[in-house]
Design a protein around this ligand. Structure first.
Ligand code: CU
Length: 158
């Protein structure tokens, strides 16, 4: 696609005889931007052992690229209804997506934004692993295993 566009511009420049100064520079910069893909890394993932039939999930997604992305949904075998929530004035509310800024990170942590597993099909216990798949606007899906920690586990307090 980009190659064809570049060829067309080159052809127009040749036949019209106009000196399109800076055009080739602009189009190559545009092509580089268009081919840039987010480079996402997930760390610090865990699920506190659920006490009810719902559970929270926490992790950090780091983006080592100049291209921003969005976390759009989460799926897991333990729930057919996995939501993403933000916390405002100590109340959770469902959101459609979370921004993952270019050269930045998205932090899902206790008291803040989080993954919410509704109507658990089974209740994982401390020491179990819960597999999830993160879905993004631009990046391909990423599979993550969440270790199940104590119900009160909070890495921020260490
Ligand atoms: Cu929630």
């Amino acid at each position: 696609m980009n190659r064809r566009t570049t060829t067309l511009i080159a052809a127009v420049a040749l036949t019209s005889g106009l000196a399109l100064t800076g055009c080739s520079t602009d189009s190559s910069a545009g092509a580089a931007g268009a081919t840039g893909t987010p480079e996402l890394k997930v760390s610090g993932a865990f699920m506190p052992q659920p006490v009810m039939d719902m559970a929270g999930g926490f992790l950090t997604i780091k983006n080592d690229s100049a291209t921003a992305d969005k976390l759009t949904s989460v799926t897991s075998p333990i729930s057919d209804d996995v939501q993403i929530h933000e916390t405002k004035n100590q109340k959770m509310q469902q959101v459609k997506s979370f921004d993952i800024p270019a050269n930045g990170e998205l932090k899902l942590e206790r008291g803040g934004s989080h993954i919410m597993f509704m109507a658990l099909k089974q209740k994982p216990k401390q020491g179990d692993m819960v597999s999830i798949e993160l879905h993004f606007e631009k990046s391909g899906p990423i599979k993550v295993d969440l270790p199940v920690e104590a119900a009160t586990h909070n890495p921020k307090q260490h």
